[in-house]
Design a protein around this ligand. Sequence first.
Ligand SMILES: Cc1cc2nc3c(=O)[nH]c(=O)nc-3n(C[C@H](O)[C@H](O)[C@H](O)COP(=O)(O)OP(=O)(O)OC[C@H]3O[C@@H](n4cnc5c(N)ncnc54)[C@H](O)[C@@H]3O)c2cc1C
Length: 479
Amino acid sequence: MKDKKTSNDQKELVTPKVFSQSEIKQLRESLSGNLYLPGDDKYEDAKKTWALYIENKPSVIIEINDTTDVTTAINFAKKHQLFIAVQSTGHGASHPCDGHMLIKTNLMHHFSIDVESQTLTTEAGATWEEITAESQKSGLVPLTGFAANVGVTGYVIGGGFGWLVRKYGLAVDHLLSFNMVSLEGELKTVSATENEDLFWGICGGGNFGIITSLTMKLFPLKSVLASQFYYPGSQAKQVLELYRSIVENFPEELTSAVSVMHLPPNPALPEAIRKKFVVSVKAIYQGDEDKGKELLAPFKNLQRIYEQQETLPYEKASKISGDPQAPQKVYGHVEILNKLTQDLTDILSNLAVGNVSVKPVIEIIHISGAMAKVPVGKNAFGHRNAKFILHVEVPLAADNTQAAAADYIHSLSEAVRPYSTGGTYLNFIGNVDTDEELVKSAFNEDDYTKLRLLKFRYDPGNILRFNFNIPPAKVYQIL
Ligand SMILES: Cc1cc2nc3c(=O)[nH]c(=O)nc-3n(C[C@H](O)[C@H](O)[C@H](O)COP(=O)(O)OP(=O)(O)OC[C@H]3O[C@@H](n4cnc5c(N)ncnc54)[C@H](O)[C@@H]3O)c2cc1C
């Protein structure tokens, strides 16, 4: 294994900071949200993340209820030299904030839908599930991810894509404006015409302030054709090769993914695939049902163990993703691919079939389409010309240690390196080993330099550091 600077190296203060009773009383009285300290009844629950590989032990947790709470929290953190982690659901937690401050946005989850302008305005702590259920009633949908329960803010600022990516692109490209509190405690409206530098950087880079609300575009869509085909895992090579041979001809109305995985004994799964080692092809098609079925017909040429094809409201159809609802402990990895070759799909099927001990999930997602039509550099999101995302996860369950998972991922990344761009997609990373080089690889080189300069301007002390961190530029880089 190559030496990595892991999040454990980033722990700079592990003993909880102790505050005087009068300071805590004053803080509590100035908040309309909640305050939790180690030892409080609700502290243990409040510090949890969805991504269980991160275990936080903050010195103070503030559940914000309005923008004034954010300013109050920032001032308290600065006075006590605390760094700040921001969390909505904790799906994208990347570094433990031990000894410091955790700001939680979950109380701020109100949203409104403007049917006429086809826009959504939401507070920062909302999740897609609640929004999509409501917007679908007006025949409008947001650009949600494959999983419905992730938080809006982390998802969007990281790029954000799901079953509509090829038709409409990345969620971040349809973000119209947002409100944030800067680390100076100032409320700012940020858009393409106001605080443009922050709009450019936060869209794709995050890192520069605490977002309190966002406004973004919705899309008219009533229903889609949702398809899923399952095959025995032993047929991975044939299915991956079939997928590779036809996927690049799919129109933008069709977004698809192929995965090799060990399914859990989940009673909600059809019996034919429950607890089985399978390979699946899943797709969402917008358009005429017969045309969609025709495009996907080749997947019926191989012997399936289960299949389902039906036209459903988008909100229901996207449930084919099958992403876990309950918090998970996994070790994830991402590669960005510009091409799928048979060599590569053969390597991946061998790595999937031959490694039953770590039970990896190996998934290839077809992206490109609309996301590549937005000019490079419009915002900080990198690699918008990527064609495929390779997303691998090893569950850290009973018999999978983190070391075994890291070894497996390391071998896999060595094997696929000749076929990958070397870039990454941070939203999908999902593990504790995120170092500076990995974060850097998510961006185009010039953009990364620009992001570091922005960080120097808006957060020179790197107060917001428990994230996919962009370190502030050194002063000599600016002069
Ligand atoms: C099961 C699962 C399925 C997923 N599916 C998809 C998918 O289909 N497509 C996709 O693109 N991604 C997907 N993701 C990744 C997901 O988009 C990221 O994990 C994202 O960060 C989640 O956002 P969150 O706000 O819920 O997470 P959180 O962990 O709460 O936040 C993640 C990060 O965002 C930043 N952040 C959050 N809120 C704020 C705020 N108010 N102000 C400033 N910074 C903030 C912080 O840096 C924080 O560390 C998935 C993740 C999981 C675990």
